[in-house]
Write a protein that binds this ligand. Sequence first.
Ligand SMILES: [Zn+2]
Length: 150
Amino acid sequence: MEDRIEFVKTILKKLRDTVSKERLKQLDLDKCERAVEKLSIFSESCEECQYYLLELEEYFIQLEANQDETDFKQHKQFIYGITSHLQKNHKLLPEGYYLSIFMSLGMSIGVVFGLTIFENIGIGIAIGMCTGLAIGAGLDADANKKGKTI
Ligand SMILES: [Zn+2]
């Protein structure tokens, strides 16, 4: 299994070197790489992860061979399938998870404070958003450091 993971990583690296910048963005190879990383960790105890890892291997071989015929919609769906398995079954969080939660939370609290304490809804929202941003970004960085993000 370890050789397999190395092999997938090698293909990913090759893709990164050969594909155009625009493609690189569309393929979201960073995310793919993180997915491989996580799948390799969980594949020891999860059959589904093992299966996904094999699929990824096959998939990237194909992708490298037929770069011009990549169906990005399908690509997205494929990667989405993997990340949602990792999120659901292995409790990983999507990138920017806390940021989006605390931003909207901060905004709604900001509206309330804006209307009551500051008597200025704009200031309330601004303060709420900044606070939410700070808390959310901090929690995201922490989750990232602990390897809990996909
Ligand atoms: Zn799994």
